[in-house]
Design a protein. Structure first.
Length: 494
């Protein structure tokens, strides 16, 4: 029997999980918000979230697979159709919020690729602020991507896979260049390692703000719901899948910890990151630019030459991130929507939503999604003229909306385990007591992290506006999901 017929080996599985989950940009964001202290949060998130949640997804995926698999079916079998639809609708909604956030952020690497630094804050048009101009550009991006996606995007995704390779290579650049800078500086760190739990960021000084950072750590391990389908593709899954999860958790958490530490070699927080122009949208490019600058200085170049090297580091990062964002965007414009519309009862939707065009795309539903994303972008960009606040709120909205659907899957897991008559080729949790204990711990962790994130601005006296932005999406989409389901249920009963 060939190796491919047998399935993935332990190492191949661990590396596939690593490439699915690990994100280069999570390191700069963590360093910017929490400094070295973020290492502790990322390691704890691996132990208390990544490992147990990944094993839960593996059990779901191995038991309910094939055409009947996926989040809707997992939740329907475990709890019921109403709960399943609202949970799946929330999962889809998280990608709508991701599109709102990313359509605005995509212009940062685009301008960086040409200029060597973020130029979006210098944009102006007809007296509008830079944030409002970026909002209009984000709407234009969403319309273009939707138009192209409806025609079919296989060629574009192949091209943008180069972005994935470029972003992956950034990790190698960070390791090698940081080593050179460390030697050139005689082993001295740019950011002193004193009390690691004390964040250099003035906005992360209180216990509440520290706890709210947990949602960033959980978000850094996102994409785990896709792991369920890997169980039956693994060689000797009962033994190798849990080992693969443990090994990948170790590799990813060490990768994040090493990356965050390496940023401290070249980046002094007060000198590099405290400026008003630095925000959660452009942090990766600011730090890569500085890495190149410090590298230039370290090898004896003049200041002007070191600045040029820094700009080229930022350009390379911009090109890679722009291509990676583009590839993800073209895929996610239709994949979650198609899964939602085609994976739930057809009667839930207006007839046009379920019709596919000649390219197999739900074109009418995609234009409806585009209109929704454009409306939210316009509302957000014109309501928040300050670019730093704009990107911070967009990032927090994306983090909250992407992690909230996990609560549905975690809540349903003990009920799924208690169901009789299911084929269970893979079981990580053998007893119901252990299942409930693990589910409660992971549920409380994810819920607590989101609560602290949502209510941090309110509790620290920053006003209610930030909190309202973060809860508006989840509440709005939950209500919309309930209306759609009740309408379907009423028609069905008739």
């Amino acid at each position: 029997m060939s190796k491919s017929a047998k399935g993935m080996t332990l190492v191949a599985l661990a590396m596939m999980i690593f490439t699915t989950v690990f994100g280069f940009a999570n390191g700069p964001v963590a360093f910017y918000l929490m400094g070295y202290g973020s290492i502790v949060f990322y390691v704890l998130a691996a132990i208390f979230f990544f490992i147990p949640f990944a094993l839960m997804m593996a059990e779901y995926g191995s038991s309910i697979k094939g055409e009947n698999g996926g989040m809707y079916k997992w939740l329907e079998v475990s709890v019921g159709p109403r709960f399943a639809f609202i949970g799946t609708f929330m999962w889809f909604a998280s990608y709508v919020v991701w599109m709102v956030s990313t359509a605005s952020k995509v212009w940062i690497p685009f301008t960086t690729a040409f200029a060597g630094s973020d130029q979006t804050q210098k944009l102006s048009l007809f007296g509008m602020s830079s944030t409002q101009v970026v909002g209009l550009l984000a709407c234009l991006w969403m319309i273009i991507v939707t138009f192209v996606s409806i025609k079919g995007v296989k060629g574009i995704i192949r091209i943008t896979s180069l972005g994935g390779l470029a972003v992956t290579s950034l990790n190698a650049i960070l390791i090698i260049v940081s080593g050179i800078i460390l030697v050139a500086n005689g082993g001295k760190l740019a950011q002193p390692m004193e009390n690691i739990m004390h964040s250099p960021n003035p906005g992360y000084q209180t216990p509440i703000s520290l706890l709210s950072f947990a949602v960033f750590a959980i978000f850094a391990y996102g994409g785990l719901e896709a792991l369920g389908g890997m169980v039956d593709k693994t060689e000797n899954p009962e033994k190798n899948f849990p080992r693969g999860i443990m090994l990948s958790a170790l590799i990813i958490s060490v990768g994040y910890a090493l990356g965050i530490f390496l940023w401290g070699i070249s980046t002094n927080w007060d000198m590099v990151l405290s400026g008003k122009s630095t925000n959660l949208g452009n942090i990766s490019y600011v730090m890569m630019n500085n890495l190149g600058f410090e590298f230039g200085k370290g090898i004896g170049l003049s200041e002007a030459a070191a600045i040029t090297v820094g700009n080229w580091f930022a350009r390379y990062t911009g090109i890679g991130m722009f291509l990676a964002y583009s590839g993800a965007f073209f895929a996610l414009t239709y994949t979650p929507l198609k899964t939602l519309v085609m994976g739930t009862p057809k009667k839930l939707w207006p007839k046009k939503f379920t019709e596919l065009n000649e390219n197999g795309m739900p074109s009418y539903a995609m234009w409806a999604q585009c209109a929704l994303v454009v409306a939210i972008i316009l509302l957000a960009s014109f309501a928040m003229p300050d670019s730093s606040v704009f990107y911070r709120i967009l990032t927090l909205m994306a983090n909250v909306s992407m992690t909230l659907p996990y609560l549905f899957l975690i809540y349903a897991f003990p009920k799924f385990k208690a169901k009789d008559g299911l084929d269970r080729p893979f079981e990580a949790f053998k007893s119901q007591k252990m299942t409930i204990l693990v589910s409660v711990v992971v549920f409380v962790l994810v819920l607590g992290a989101n609560i602290f994130t949502i209510f941090q601005p309110l509790l620290e006296g920053a006003g209610i506006k930030d909190t309202l932005w973060m809860i508006a999406g989840p509440i709005g989409f939950t209500v919309l999901g309930m209306i759609l389901y009740e309408n379907y249920d009423r028609k069905n009963n008739k």
